[in-house]
Design a binder for this molecule. Structure first.
Ligand code: MN
Length: 383
C-alpha cells in the first residue's frame, strides 16, 4: 500500500481522485488540502480519515479542530508547503487550481516524491524549473490532464525519437462557430459542450487559452520542441489526443468524458483499473476534425510564442494575466473579447527573464497579477 496526498481534494479533479481512491486498496489517503469547501472536506475526512488536512487561508476550521483531535491541521500557503513535504507520503496528486499549485509541485519533486499533475499552471508558469526538479531526481511527472494522459498512453513503450508530432485535440469550446464575441456573458461561456469542469478552466476553454496552456504543458511533460506540437479542433472530444510517428502512423486514445479515466491511469499505469465509463463507437457515428482559427483565438499563438525563448517569463505572464482577466469576466466586469486584449497587452508589457528560483517566480506571479488588476481597473472598467 502506498501513501497518497491529494492537494485540492474538494475541487472537480480532487473529488474524482477520491472516487478512484475509494475503488482500490492500493493507496491510503493520508493528506488532503481544500480551500473553502469545509462541508465537502468534512465528508472526505469522515470517509478517509486522513492524518493531515490543510485548509485555505480564509477557512474557519475551529470546529474541525475541536472535532478531530488526531488530525494535524495546516493552513494556507505555508501549510501547503508542509503538506507537500510529508515524509511518509509516496505519491501526490496536485489538483490545485491556479498558481497556488506551483510551489507544492516543486516541493514534491525536490523531496523525491512521485507527482501526478493536474495543476497545469505548474508547467505553464515554471515549466523549465519544474522539469529540472524532476530530472534532477530522476522522476517523471505523470499527467492527469485528459489530453496529456492520452499522449502519455500513446507514447507508452515507444521510442520518442520516432515521434513526428503530438496532436492535441480541442473541443473548440462553446463559441467555436459563433460569428462575433459581442454580448457574451459569463453564464454563456460556462456552458461547455462536452466536459463538466471548474469555472476557471471552462472559461479558459471558451477562449482556447486552456489549449494554449496545454501546448506549454505538453512541451515540458514530453520534452518535445513546440514546433512538433499541433492543435486540432475535434468537437466530439472522443479522441483525447494523438501522436503521429515518422512513418505517418497516428496512434490515438479514445474514451468517455470522465476525468476518472486519466486519474486512474496515472495511479495504476501501466496497469488499468476496471471502470464503468465506456463509449459505444456505433452510437457516436462520425468524428470531425478541423484547423483551429488562430485569428479568432489569438491565445494559441501567444502560447507558441511564449515557448520561443524558454529563459523568458512569458508563460508566467500569460497565466497570471489570464487568471485575473477570467476573474473579472466571471464577475461580468469586463467583456469576453477584453480577455484577449488584456492578454496581448500584458504579453508585451511584462516580458522579462524567468528566475530559476521557484519562490521568486511565485512572487513575480503575484506582482504581475497586481499589475493586471491595475491595468484592468484603469483601462477596462470606466476608471
Ligand atoms: Mn485538458
Amino acid at each position: 500500500m502506498e501513501n497518497i496526498v491529494v492537494l485540492g481534494s474538494t475541487g472537480s479533479i480532487g473529488k474524482s481522485s477520491l472516487d478512484i481512491l475509494s475503488r482500490t486498496n492500493r493507496y491510503k489517503l493520508i493528506g488532503i488540502s481544500f480551500n473553502k469547501n469545509i462541508k465537502e472536506a468534512l465528508k472526505q475526512i469522515e470517509k478517509f480519515s486522513p492524518k493531515y488536512v490543510c485548509a485555505g487561508e480564509d477557512a474557519d476550521i475551529s470546529n474541525l479542530k475541536a472535532k478531530y483531535k488526531n488530525i494535524v491541521f495546516l493552513k494556507g500557503k505555508q501549510g501547503l508547503i508542509e503538506l507537500s513535504s510529508i515524509e511518509e507520503a509516496d505519491i501526490y496528486i496536485n489538483a490545485l487550481v491556479g498558481t497556488y499549485g506551483l510551489i507544492p509541485s516543486h516541493t514534491i519533486l525536490k523531496n523525491k516524491k512521485k507527482l501526478a499533475l493536474a495543476n497545469k499552471e505548474s508547467l505553464v508558469v515554471a515549466g523549465k524549473v519544474i522539469k529540472d526538479a524532476a530530472d534532477e531526481n530522476n522522476l517523471e511527472i505523470i499527467p492527469i490532464d485528459s489530453e496529456h494522459s492520452a499522449i502519455y498512453q500513446c507514447l507508452e513503450n515507444r521510442d520518442k525519437k520516432l515521434v513526428s508530432s503530438i496532436i492535441l485535440t480541442a473541443s473548440g469550446g462553446p463559441f467555436l462557430n459563433r460569428k462575433t464575441f459581442d454580448n457574451i456573458k459569463a453564464k454563456d461561456a460556462l456552458k461547455h459542450p462536452t466536459w463538466s469542469m471548474g469555472k476557471k478552466v471552462t472559461i479558459d476553454s471558451s477562449t482556447m487559452m486552456n489549449k494554449g496552456f496545454e501546448i506549454i504543458e505538453a512541451r515540458w511533460l514530453f520534452d518535445i520542441p513546440y514546433e512538433k506540437i499541433k492543435v486540432i479542433i475535434h468537437k466530439e472530444s472522443i479522441i483525447h489526443s494523438a501522436v503521429e510517428f515518422v512513418d505517418g502512423s497516428i496512434i490515438a486514445q479514445l474514451a468517455a468524458h470522465d476525468m476518472r479515466i486519466p486519474i486512474s491511469y496515472a495511479l495504476t499505469k501501466p496497469k488499468r483499473m476496471e471502470l464503468e465509463f465506456k463509449i459505444d463507437l456505433s452510437q457516436i457515428g462520425t468524428l470531425h476534425f478541423e484547423k483551429p482559427d488562430f485569428k479568432r483565438f489569438p491565445t494559441l499563438e501567444l502560447a507558441y510564442t511564449s515557448l520561443k525563448d524558454e529563459n523568458k517569463n512569458l508563460g508566467l505572464v500569460l497565466n497570471a494575466t489570464d487568471e485575473i482577466a477570467v476573474e473579472y469576466f466571471l464577475k461580468n466586469k469586463i467583456e469576453f473579447s477584453d480577455i484577449f486584449i488584456i492578454l496581448e497587452q500584458a504579453f508585451v508589457k511584462f516580458e522579462d527573464d524567468l528566475s530559476s528560483n521557484i519562490f521568486e517566480i511565485d512572487k513575480e506571479t503575484e506582482r504581475i497579477k497586481k499589475e493586471i488588476v491595475h491595468l484592468i481597473e484603469k483601462d477596462f472598467i470606466g476608471g
